[in-house]
Design a binder for this molecule. Structure first.
Ligand SMILES: Nc1ncnc2c1ncn2[C@@H]1O[C@H](COP(=O)(O)OP(=O)(O)OP(=O)(O)O)[C@@H](O)[C@H]1O
Ligand SMILES: [Mg+2]
Length: 355
């Protein structure tokens, strides 16, 4: 029997739950001529949500994950490759006559997959401008293409002033809806909310929350019932209490609980056993992580996993605040209505290590 829980990759079809309003909102939104910016802490389900919404919209769409891009030239090549998947080269050859640098398109004889590249040393901005112009040319105001740029905050590290150059290309375009996704919260807000940033108020800002408890509970409970006929409801409750409905960690814990149910059905407390197993598996990583934290960060993390208050006189409020912001930016701490350690298993490790 296959594990009915999935974590770590984009989830679709039967692995995807809820987000009904968000999917409907995005589908409706891209019917307008506007752009969307989606922000949330890591692993809340941005990529899965947008994948589902753009597929459901029935519109032509392409996605590039900026985290996998190594230079502006590589960005141009990846965008063009995705474009050719939607518009086969034979049909748009006449549209690439404006290219100042002609791309090389090759096919892998073994896998049949296509590859696109540009000769090295060419100015990346020229390339990206030509590729974006091609997308614009291939579409109309009635038939806009959706271009999803995942982990968009990465453009800041790609090349100096790239944000300014991209913005000036994008603002002329009328045949594309951009959906820009990002997870490093403060950097994303700085890109879109800072008046000095070229992308200031570029699109509608949408924030994604954790999954609603009721729906997620039903999702977990139904699937756990395949190996826990009696107590699946209670187990789903305990999982969500532990992960506070975090999409990724809930699926991870549920997958482990389910596995125990199949392999060791006599286990008295499968949730506890699964938590211990996950913490043990990651303890080397946690240890390495911990050793590299500054004292202030260690102190803050210890406070967050305890019931003790952050304001204690030990550190100045401004020191605590700026350290918290940094921890949040790096993804170790998240803020919804209070600050908390992002990874519940890391939280467990900190408590257990008693350091
Ligand atoms: N709608 C959903 N239903 C069920 N599980 C979900 C849903 N959305 C996310 N998840 C869980 O969270 C995991 C992460 O989802 P996804 O990769 O879409 O998030 P993300 O915000 O794009 O993450 P990252 O910050 O790593 O890019 C999935 O593998 C899945 O386990
Ligand atoms: Mg993602």
């Amino acid at each position: 029997m296959e594990n009915p829980f999935k974590f770590g990759t984009i989830v679709e079809a039967e692995y995807f739950t809820d987000r009904v309003n968000e999917v409907a909102y995005i589908e409706q939104f891209v019917k307008s001529a506007n752009h969307l910016v989606l922000i949330s802490p890591r692993r809340f389900g941005k990529s899965s949500l947008v994948t589902k919404a753009v597929k459901q919209s029935g519109r032509k769409h392409i996605t590039v994950n900026m985290q996998q891009v190594t230079s502006v030239s590589d960005f141009s090549a990846k965008l063009l490759k995705e474009f050719f998947k939607v518009h086969p080269l034979e049909r748009v050859r006449h549209l690439i006559t404006h290219f100042r640098v002609i791309p090389t398109v090759s096919t892998n004889a073994l896998t049949g997959s296509m590859d696109v590249s540009f000769q090295p040393g060419v100015d990346g901005v020229t390339l990206i401008e030509d590729v974006m112009t091609l997308i614009e040319k291939a579409h109309t105001e009635q038939d806009r293409m959706i271009v999803v740029l995942d982990e968009f905050q990465e453009i800041r590290d790609l090349a100096p002033k790239l944000d300014k150059q991209l913005r000036s290309i994008m603002q002329e375009q009328k045949h594309i809806n951009y959906i820009l996704l990002g997870s490093q919260e403060s950097m994303m807000t700085d890109i879109f909310e800072n008046k000095k940033s070229p992308f200031y108020h570029f699109g509608e800002l949408m924030r994604l929350e954790k999954l609603p408890r009721e729906d997620f509970h039903q999702y977990l409970s139904e699937r756990l019932a395949t190996c826990y006929a009696q107590n699946h409801t209670e187990l789903a409750d305990r999982i969500l209490n532990y992960t506070d409905c975090h999409p990724y960690y809930s699926q991870q814990l549920a997958a482990n609980v389910w596995q125990i149910g199949v392999l060791q059905p006599e286990t008295p407390d499968p949730v506890r056993k699964a938590i211990d197993h996950i913490v043990t598996t990651h303890s080397l990583d946690y240890e390495r992580l911990w050793m590299n934290f500054k004292h202030t960060n260690k102190w803050i993390l210890q406070r967050l996993v305890s019931t003790k208050p952050l304001q204690s006189g030990e550190y100045r409020t401004s020191t605590i605040y700026s350290a918290l912001k940094r921890l949040q930016k790096d993804g170790y701490v998240i803020y919804s209505d209070h600050y908390e350690v992002e990874d519940p298993f890391f939280r467990e490790w900190i408590i257990a290590s008693n350091i």
